[in-house]
Design a binder for this molecule. Structure first.
Ligand code: ZN
Length: 631
């Protein structure tokens, strides 16, 4: 494929220019933009391979020979090939990117006889990036106009002066339907290019209009500093749409990978071996200005596995070198939930994950305003290991003055300790947990062992992993209630949002409903959404597959199964019925598991499962009451 493309393209860009680009491109510099490289001896460098998942570096770079090669997955090549693979560029786009870096003017074969001039048709990525660069300039200029006063005030009120706004390229989308669209069309960008870039969209009448209107904008850049999208903050209370609106998924903007501020923070992240994850654009700005130069934020989505893989490469997070990842949360329930989810998500990172909860529920931007730069640096310095944070969070929910409370807290906390991947650390946490609970070490130890034995590939490793229950059919009572819950979140997010968001995707039994539930979370959750087409579109954009996308369209218009207007009571009943279905399913599974255990030879496991069963049954009773209509 690569060789064919070279042959084909060599007929377009002149061979000697391609050779010159190869010669003038420092392969170490090009790769360092994406992967942190350390010396491997003999003048060679190594790092974590960006093309396969690995813990110790087998990705090698030889600057002397201008090549790279991965001993782990066999990928390899020159600087051009690296850009093609790492940035998903075509051959021509890669050569053009490298030429621009090296300040070389490319000549094309069809222009051979005339004076060298830039090729009129560039690759798609190049065009989309160019459109964004032009949009940044346009929006930046708009920030100085009279209409942008609320945007300037927004920044000033949060402690950002003009220099800060300029450094981050802040802009303003004017109160007009198609000012940017017309501006970019005049600059030669096509209708299709503007739609593909996510900068414009077709209106109901079919004409092309700007995606962002009456909003404050932050350009979002990739690792190499190219602008690939925008984050947009609502400024006027009477405007439609969510508080924050982002560029939709495009060929260059993948929100699961995007980290705001990564272009500015990447060198410090690699140098310090740590990264601070904050929640918003203003938090990134506030952290950087306060001296926490390693801060980044996700853009309109929860921190996930793809973000981790981007950061691991910068952190060079290996068994030998420990990178630190610090989440800041403003102490509210949503933030704490996100932290606990991170704990579920990536075990590889658990030992190196820290939580910094700010005092008085302030985010870094508010903290800097109220207490100054030093307070922001303090916040990060006072971080706490994720495991400690999670245990404290679980234990705090119980009354430790009672025996029941202590036992229940132990039962809930034990699975967290059992999950700690670093086995040597477990005894330490067992002791700590026993101390926090005011219990003997031995029962806590037993609870942790019991919780651990439920894990796949656990101690002993006997028996196959239990297959999950089969998905219920779409017309089962459980599926119907799941459908109703999703309809409430899509059609009535303001009413249903908080109760809906509190029930995790795992409580849904049908896979397609789980995907839609996850998409609603990825779109920011129902609680923060406003009803309307924008919200539906955001959820649809966030869907991981086509079936779920189609279902969102269906659920957005299907009438609710209630006569008259839905009220909080109806939402409460629906969510309780949904959870009840899932809890009774788990009870059934647990009962059959208990029956298979020999209580004499596996006494500890038997009792642990039995305890779990009792608490599930209690939960089920409470849900049944709620489903019966008591609020
Ligand atoms: Zn590899």
């Amino acid at each position: 494929m690569y060789a064919e493309e070279v042959a084909e393209m060599a007929g377009r860009i002149r061979d000697e220019d391609i050779a010159l680009v190869r010669e003038r491109s420092s392969i170490a510099d090009v790769i360092s933009e994406v992967v942190t490289l350390k010396s491997a001896g003999g003048g060679n460098l190594k790092g974590l391979c960006p093309f396969h998942d690995e813990k110790s570096p087998s990705f090698n770079v030889s600057p002397a020979r201008n090549v790279w090669y991965c001993f782990g997955c066999g990928a390899g090549g020159d600087a051009i090939k690296f850009l093609m693979d790492a940035e998903h560029l075509s051959f021509v786009e890669s050569v053009e990117r490298l030429a621009a870096r090296a300040g070389l003017q490319l000549r094309y074969v069809e222009d051979d006889r005339s004076a060298p001039r830039p090729r009129p048709q560039q690759g798609q990525r190049q065009r989309l990036v160019a459109a964004h660069a032009a949009a940044v300039e346009f929006y930046r200029a708009q920030l100085g106009t009279a209409g942008a006063r609320p945007a300037r005030e927004f920044l000033a009120q949060r402690g950002f002066d003009r220099a800060a706004a300029e450094r981050y390229g802040c802009g303003f989308a004017p109160d007009a339907w198609d000012l940017l669209t017309k501006h970019l069309r005049q600059q030669g960008f096509s209708h299709d290019e503007l739609v593909t870039a996510g900068l414009s969209r077709p209106s109901r009448s079919g004409t092309l209009i700007d995606r962002f209107r009456r909003r404050l904008l932050w350009p979002i850049r990739d690792l190499t500093g190219d602008v690939i999208g925008f984050g947009a903050r609502k400024l006027f209370a009477d405007d439609d749409g969510p508080k924050y609106l982002n560029t939709p998924e495009t060929p260059i903007y993948k929100k699961s990978h995007v980290l705001y501020g990564i272009d500015l923070a990447k060198r410090e992240i690699a140098k310090q071996g740590k990264v601070v994850v904050v929640e918003g654009y203003t938090d990134v700005m506030a952290c950087h200005l306060a001296g926490v130069s390693t801060a980044v934020a996700t853009c309109g989505t929860a921190f996930g596995a793809d973000h981790i893989s981007v950061l691991r490469r910068l952190l060079m997070d290996t068994d030998a070198v420990a990178g630190e990842i610090i989440f800041t949360f403003d102490g509210d329930a949503a933030g704490q939930k996100a932290a606990l989810r991170a704990f579920e998500d990536d075990q590889r990172f658990v030992g190196r994950t820290f939580i910094a909860v700010s005092p008085d529920s302030m985010d870094p931007c508010e903290l800097r305003l109220a207490k100054g730069d030093l307070a922001v640096r303090d916040l990060v310095a006072r971080r706490e290991p994720l495991v400690d944070f999670a245990l404290r969070h679980v234990i705090n929910r119980y009354d430790l003055d009672t025996v029941d409370g202590r036992v229940e807290a132990m039962r809930r906390a034990a699975p967290l300790v059992a999950k700690i991947k670093d086995r040597e650390k477990r005894p330490e946490y067992v002791r700590k947990l026993a101390g926090d609970l005011g219990m003997e070490i031995e029962p806590v130890q037993r609870a942790v062992l019991a919780a651990g034995s439920g894990q796949p590939a656990g101690a002993g490793g006997s028996g196959p992993t239990r297959p999950g229950p089969a998905a219920p059919s779409l017309d089962s009572p459980q599926s119907k209630v799941e459908r109703e819950a999703l309809k409430l979140a899509l059609q009535e997010p303001v009413l249903a949002g908080p109760m809906f968001d509190a029930v995790e995707a795992g409580e849904y039994r049908h896979p397609v409903h789980q995907v839609v539930r996850a998409a609603i979370a990825a779109a920011g959750g129902a609680a923060t959404a406003a009803a309307g087409a924008v919200w539906i579109e955001q959820v649809r954009d966030a869907c991981a597959d086509l079936a779920a996308q189609a279902l969102v369209g269906e659920l957005a218009v299907e009438p609710l199964r209630i006569d008259g207007e839905p009220d909080p009571r109806y939402v409460s009943i629906t969510m309780a019925r949904l959870q009840w279905g899932s809890v009774t399913g788990r009870i059934k599974d647990l009962k059959s598991k208990i029956q298979r255990i020999n209580p004499v030879s596996n006494k500890d496991e038997y009792f642990a499962l039995f305890g779990e069963l009792l608490s599930l049954e209690q939960h089920a009773r409470a849900l049944r009451e709620q489903a019966a209509g008591g609020l």
